[in-house]
Ligand binder design. Structure first.
Ligand SMILES: Cc1cc2nc3c(=O)[nH]c(=O)nc-3n(C[C@H](O)[C@H](O)[C@H](O)COP(=O)(O)OP(=O)(O)OC[C@H]3O[C@@H](n4cnc5c(N)ncnc54)[C@H](O)[C@@H]3O)c2cc1C
Length: 425
């Protein structure tokens, strides 16, 4: 019986053992092989990669476990690619402080490592006098957060800078930029690997349990997880026993944490999901704008804005569509519906024409969609990033990252710096 189980397990163990460089995979607890490792980062999105790199730079041995076949296939490749200045977030929140620190670290990293990016600048616009108080609030909040270069300008000045724009006043943010996210992640992965971090793809953390006051991670390399995730018990192929675990599983992070037996379920915040769709501007030789253009924020997002990419393509989005009809297994396996339904475009035209009245009928084409991992639901006030260590949940060496929505890309290097400084001494 044990023999046949080991024969079945031999392929998965062989694969992961390449990553863990195992010298001793022959120690078993029950039927499952175990391996002690230094650090495990769960999830190779931009945040997990940045954390892995930072830990590796500090001399830790890092193993990144990623369920997809490569890095950055989740939210990290489905966003606006904007380097945010740090304007909108409540003062002293993690979002504000990580965004501002992360922005500076990101510009420095991109310059030093040749990652394509540009400080394109952005205008936040009031399209009618009723929006001016909100614009004033945004300016005040940005200044309070330490975004020193923000300025309010008259609509006429904004429209001189951007002739296609229509607005009555605007806040200009010169330190907002755009970055090629894939190049960024590729560079960070390379840097992490150069410091001996290992990335193990097609491998899923399916849960964990607490033993000897340490988190034992249950690892699976099954290709058919979809068919068996809801069956209990789901047997792991391997148990990893890390000194430090960083749960950076993005949309799945709270659901994964709920599968850590020994972690009090009450510690895991409620999660909500809000899809954001983008539409691209077709048949344009010259982009209508040189800056990013943002309206006043809406519930759940920062408004259907104009984003430019580094190739000069123009996209509008993301809108906000709350997702309610998804089961736990699909969330855990990242089986979200990322399709952009063409009929959503109807709501885009009027929103965009408030600041871009010359937008032509039929000029928008479906682009892509991303899902925001939110910790607050519709009409609830936004919730801050959550970084949970032992001081919150009582489990040594476990760090949970929850609700890493926007500005998570901008904040990635600052989150990594924080996690490594606080939890890896
Ligand atoms: C529409 C939209 C627009 C945005 N725009 C911006 C922006 O302009 N600027 C900005 O700063 N931020 C933006 N963000 C936020 C930013 O994209 C995210 O904060 C960031 O990408 C989160 O990265 P992550 O590594 O936490 O998550 P992800 O990129 O989702 O990575 C998580 C990884 O974990 C893996 N995983 C999950 N479960 C498991 C498991 N059990 N075992 C192993 N692996 C697992 C997944 O496969 C995935 O690769 C935006 C987000 C959205 C949705």
């Amino acid at each position: 019986m044990l023999d046949s189980m080991l024969r079945n397990l031999s392929k998965p163990i062989k694969n992961i053992s390449r990553c863990v460089k195992s010298r001793n995979l022959s120690t078993y607890l029950g039927n499952t092989p175990k391996e002690a490792v230094d650090c495990v980062v769960i999830g190779a999105g931009v945040v997990g990669i940045a954390v892995a790199r930072e830990l590796a730079l500090k001399g830790r041995e890092v193993l990144v476990i990623e369920s997809a076949s490569t890095f950055g296939t989740g939210t990290s490749s489905r966003n606006s690619e904007v380097i945010h200045a740090g304007i909108y977030y409540p003062p002293k929140s993690l979002k504000a402080s990580f965004c501002i620190r992360g922005r500076d670290l990101l510009y420095k990293y991109c310059s030093e490592h040749g990652v394509p990016h540009t400080r394109v600048g952005k205008l936040i616009v009031a399209t009618g006098s009723s929006e001016i108080p909100k614009l004033n609030d945004i300016l005040d909040r940005g200044i309070e957060n330490g975004v020193k270069d923000l300025r309010m300008i008259e609509g006429s000045d904004a429209m001189q800078i951007e002739p296609e724009l229509q607005c009555v006043k605007a806040v200009i943010s010169p330190s907002t930029g755009i970055v090629d996210t894939h190049s960024l992640m590729l560079s960070l992965v390379g840097d992490a690997e150069n410091h001996r971090a290992n990335f193990c793809y097609n491998t899923t953390v399916i849960g964990g349990h607490l033993e000897d006051n340490r988190m034992f991670l249950h690892i699976s390399e099954r290709k058919d997880l979809e068919n068996c995730i809801s069956k209990s018990p789901l047997l792991p192929d391997l148990i990893l026993i890390p000194r430090l675990v960083v749960n950076s599983a993005g949309l799945s992070a709270p659901f994964l944490a709920k599968r850590f037996s020994g972690l009090s379920p009450g510690i895991v915040p409620a999660s909500y999901f809000a899809r954001g769709c983008y539409f691209t501007l077709s048949n344009v030789k010259t982009p209508p704008f040189k800056h990013l253009i943002y309206p006043i924020p809406e519930d759940g997002g920062i408004g259907v804005h104009v984003t430019l990419d580094l190739d000069g393509h123009v996209k509008f989005g993301p809108d906000v569509e709350w997702i309610t009809d998804i089961d736990d297994a699909s969330i855990f396996l990242n089986k979200f519906d990322y399709s952009v339904h063409a009929d959503r475009v109807e709501s885009f035209y009027p929103k965009i024409r408030r600041y871009y009245p010359n937008l032509k009928d039929g000029s928008l084409e479906p682009g892509y969609a991303g899902i925001r991992p939110k910790l607050s639901g519709p009409r609830q006030p936004p919730v801050d990033f959550v970084v949970q260590g032992e001081e919150i949940h009582g489990i040594p060496g476990l760090v949970n990252l929850f609700g890493i929505e926007s500005p998570g890309l901008t904040s990635s290097l600052a989150i990594a710096e924080h996690v490594a400084a606080k939890f890896s001494r």
